[in-house]
Design a protein around this ligand. Structure first.
Ligand code: AHR
Length: 334
């Protein structure tokens, strides 16, 4: 067996220099590869996420789900709270583009006005995933997929339940509606679905409809106005639990019994809403699941790897009556 030749000092220096140049070159290639995204040499994915805000219990649960899922999936998450303002979301998305993140995900506060910034992301080669809420862009190539609920269906389920409950009504049934944030997909779609469903019974009439911005404070304040302006309110349809919970305070303060004098239907099924339903203060909830984190991280990995993903992924959801809420509450995660 031949002996290994020991290297002379100048030879060793040349080898070291060559290695440095080689490693530097590979690293430089890796960096230039991030022109359309920021995958680092460690293969770790960076996601820039723009959240709507912290307006409701649903939103809090959604934020926790996304943060926990990112950690579990080994994805580096850059998170921004837009405080329910579109301009803040656009600013955050532009920052993520500048930072060359691998994937941008966001839950759009309103449906319209996203084309320009989505085009900027596309031109930079950064894939975008919509989660929870969608946009009304005609060009579907501006985003890879939309993961979230069918809000029209949620409104429809709420309306269908009411139609069934009031099928024996011989006179008008006066409904007031607390809408979500103006221009938001869940506000537009839930209103639409509910309206379509209650059209089955001409006795069911929406006598007042106004935004409560998806917040408890908004729900309380608008319900107070509804109660002042309308002598007979039979039903409240609130586009989320939080507005319904705020409205409970206004109803009680007006000397009425929520769930009895006024039938209350909401959407979400977060713990506080489910508790109100179990206590008989709410009468029906159509579920909207905030636990989108794990699916979102899976999609981010697939999209980054260049795999095809379905253009639309719909969340599985159910509905709850008082009895079903009592049963489900002990195991409710959010
Ligand atoms: O987009 C989902 C909706 O936004 C939830 O129903 C509501 O609670 C939240 O603020």
């Amino acid at each position: 067996m031949g002996k290994m030749r020991t290297q002379s000092a100048p030879w060793r220096a040349a080898v070291v220099l060559a290695s440095v140049l080689l490693v530097g070159g590979v690293a430089a290639c890796g960096n230039s590869d991030t022109g359309g995204g920021g995958t680092k040499d460690d293969g770790k994915i960076t996601m820039g996420f723009s959240q709507v805000g912290a307006e409701s219990g649903w939103r809090t649960a959604n934020t926790i789900s996304i943060k926990e899922a990112a950690t579990a999936a080994g994805i580096e998450l850059k998170f921004d709270d837009a405080q329910q303002k579109q301009e803040n979301q656009i600013k955050a998305i532009r920052n993520y583009i500048q930072q060359k993140v691998d994937v941008i995900a966001f839950s759009p506060v309103v449906e319209s006005g996203w084309d320009t910034v989505l085009k900027e992301a596309k031109d930079a080669g950064i894939p975008v995933i919509l989660t929870d809420r969608s946009v009304d862009s005609a060009d579907k190539s501006l985003y890879k997929t939309f993961l979230g609920s069918d809000f029209v269906k949620e409104g429809k389920l709420a309306g269908e339940w009411l139609v069934e409950q009031k099928k024996g009504a011989s006179g008008p049934v006066n409904i007031v509606e607390l809408q979500g944030s103006t221009g938001a997909a869940p506000a537009n779609d839930r209103k639409k679905g509910f309206g379509e469903a209650i059209a089955a019974n001409p006795n069911l009439k929406v006598i007042a409809s106004q935004t409560g911005d998806f917040t408890r404070a908004g729900g309380k304040q608008v319900m107070e106005q509804f109660l002042k302006a309308n002598k007979q309110i039979d039903v409240l349809f609130a586009h989320n639990d939080d507005m319904g919970l705020g409205a409970l305070e206004a109803i009680t303060a007006a000397g009425k019994v929520p769930g009895k004098d006024i039938t209350i239907i909401t959407i979400d099924a977060v713990k506080d809403g489910m508790q109100a339903l179990a206590d008989g203060k709410f009468n029906f909830i159509a579920e909207c699941s905030p636990l989108l984190g794990p699916q979102l991280m899976d999609l981010a990995k697939k999209v980054k790897a260049g795999q095809e993903v379905p253009a639309r992924i719909e969340t599985e959801e159910t509905t709850f009556t008082t009895e079903q809420a009592k049963e489900a509450l002990p195991n409710r995660k959010y």
